[in-house]
Write a protein that binds this ligand. Structure first.
Ligand code: PLP
Length: 403
């Protein structure tokens, strides 16, 4: 955290009052650092080393120092990071891993993929992260690990989660795919559990030019195993100790990400500034209790990979439609909690089992938050939401009168 923070924010966007506002636009970010990125790409082509190599080792040590972890191991995606972490911990058939149903699919699919069972427990209203009390209640003799997700960029209750893990001798795998740089009590994601898993999918806060992932840990033995697992379990000279996979980080991704890492904190500050502008602008818009803004919980550094508001009174879908008509970016993360996904049906989870996650999937709506947005655009988003809410309210009151 001693590294100088390069700054590109605020980026002067030239938008007029009628341009669409996308949920995310990666172009201004690229424009602001184009020369450095282009040079990095060029360098990789000159070297013709495309898989692992010096670019990757250098980037791995930069991530280790950014997260304050002893080890960092690059791999092909955030999904693979989770799978490799589970494999390194010997988690497989007959084992259970406790996780959240209110997350991206890959959190639970990685558990299923290694042959273990994802055991879902509900999240908390405050922050949308896994509920530690519910974790305690779900521990069985088959439980091997807890996989908390730092959803939308804000940390789960790691102290309580680690206490439960210690009590029952469980590993903690952080799904930090949305949360690079996020902090809990001054410590960064990646070192808050046994293993941390990151994604460099282009729309994550640190996004590459394609897929990429990273695993962090303080445990040297686990790191050795992870490095082996990503290259077919090869311990050297074609001695395959483990049944690993092919999941390596490309040099091209490492070179690009290494440039972008220098700007990550300034982009995070841009996201945080936008969140505080939203707070002010929504206060002024006076939408009462219909729109509930996300909150930063105590002891956290929220990095806002997504800015998700809740739309109450069953108005969410009407509001979404209206925003789309107004060409204001919005999306639903996530429209269906994972316990109700068809591919997990064989576990027998039922609708109604995790009421908070289910309600969130009906209420939640993401608004644009990327760093390069300007105040004028945020004002248009908020007045657009105001317009959408008022029109949805008048429709629903005329329906209820007719009924
Ligand atoms: C993006 C994401 C992943 C998967 O990362 P990929 O790099 O796309 O494989 C896993 N978990 C969460 C919570 C994510 O948001």
């Amino acid at each position: 955290m001693t590294k100088p923070v390069a700054s590109t924010v605020p980026f002067p966007t030239s938008s007029s009052a009628h341009d669409p506002i996308p949920l995310i636009d990666l172009k201004p970010q690229y424009q602001s650092i184009k020369q450095e990125i282009d040079e990095a790409v060029q360098r990789v082509f000159e070297n013709q080393t495309f898989v692992l190599g010096d670019e990757v080792s250098k980037f791995e040590s930069e991530i280790a120092s950014y997260c304050d972890s002893r080890e960092a191991i690059g791999c092909a995606s955030g999904t693979d990071a989770l799978i490799l972490a589970l494999q390194a911990l010997n988690i497989g058939p007959g084992d259970e891993v406790i996780t959240s149903p209110f997350t991206f699919f890959a959190t639970a699919s990685s558990i299923e993929r290694v042959g273990a069972k994802p055991v879902f427990v509900d999240v908390e209203e405050n922050g949308f992260n896994i509920n530690p009390q519910a974790i305690s209640a779900a521990v069985t003799s088959r439980t091997k690990a807890i996989m908390p997700v730092h959803i939308f960029g804000q940390c789960a209750k790691m102290e309580e989660i680690n206490r439960i893990a210690t009590k029952h001798n469980l590993a903690v795998i952080e799904d930090a795919a949305q949360a690079i740089g996020s902090e809990y009590r001054g410590r960064r994601t990646g070192v808050l559990g046994t293993i941390g898993c990151f994604s460099f999918f282009p729309t994550k806060n640190l996004g590459g030019a394609g897929d990429g992932g990273m695993i962090t840990t303080d445990d040297a033995q686990l790191a050795t195993r992870l490095k082996r697992l990503r290259v077919h379990g090869d311990a050297g000279r074609y001695q395959h100790i483990d049944l690993g996979m092919n999941s390596r980080l490309d040099s091209l991704q490492a070179a690009v990400l290494s440039v972008k890492l220098r700007y990550l904190d300034s982009w995070t500050e841009g996201r945080q500034r936008n969140a505080s502008w939203y707070q002010e602008l929504f206060d002024r818009e006076q939408l009462g209790s219909v729109i509930q803004l996300p909150k930063t919980l105590p002891d956290r550094r929220h990095v806002y990979n997504q800015y998700c508001v809740r739309v109450h009174d069953g108005l969410r879908d009407e509001v979404l439609n209206s925003l789309r008509e107004q060409q204001i970016g919005c999306a639903v993360y996530y429209p269906q909690p994972l316990h109700l996904q068809p591919c997990f049906a064989h576990h027998g989870y039922k609708e109604g089992q995790f009421p908070i996650s289910e309600q969130l999937s009906r209420d939640i709506m993401a608004l644009p938050i990327f760093a390069e947005l300007n105040l004028g655009q945020l004002e248009r988003v908020v007045s657009g939401v105001g317009k959408a809410v008022r029109s949805a309210q008048s429709k629903s009151s005329s329906i209820s009168k007719a009924a």
